[in-house]
Design a protein. Structure first.
Length: 89
């Protein structure tokens, strides 16, 4: 349980950290790279939450609430990535 909790925390912290690091880069290509990293970390956290649910470390209501929030963040990341891709095209 402690290992999974640690993994979830690291993945969750990695999402905004990668967004911030990418924003500080000089090119939109670098920013896109870090947004992709943030997206990957978000999906990693989602997977770990599903594992926590399967292991009965959390209730279904908590999982579903976190899943909805994650889906919203994923949508924001995807739209930002799309806008950067269209901008460079």
């Amino acid at each position: 349980m402690y290992g999974l909790t640690s993994q979830i925390r690291r993945a969750a912290v990695s999402v905004p950290s990668n967004i911030a690091e990418g924003q500080g880069r000089l090119t939109s290509g670098e920013f896109r790279h870090f947004l992709g990293q943030a997206r990957g970390s978000l999906l990693e956290a989602e997977t770990q939450l599903a594992i926590a649910l399967d292991l009965d470390f959390m209730g279904r209501e908590t999982y579903e609430a976190l899943e909805r929030e994650s889906y919203q963040v994923l949508g924001l990341l995807d739209r930002l990535l799309d806008s950067l891709i269209k901008k460079t095209a």
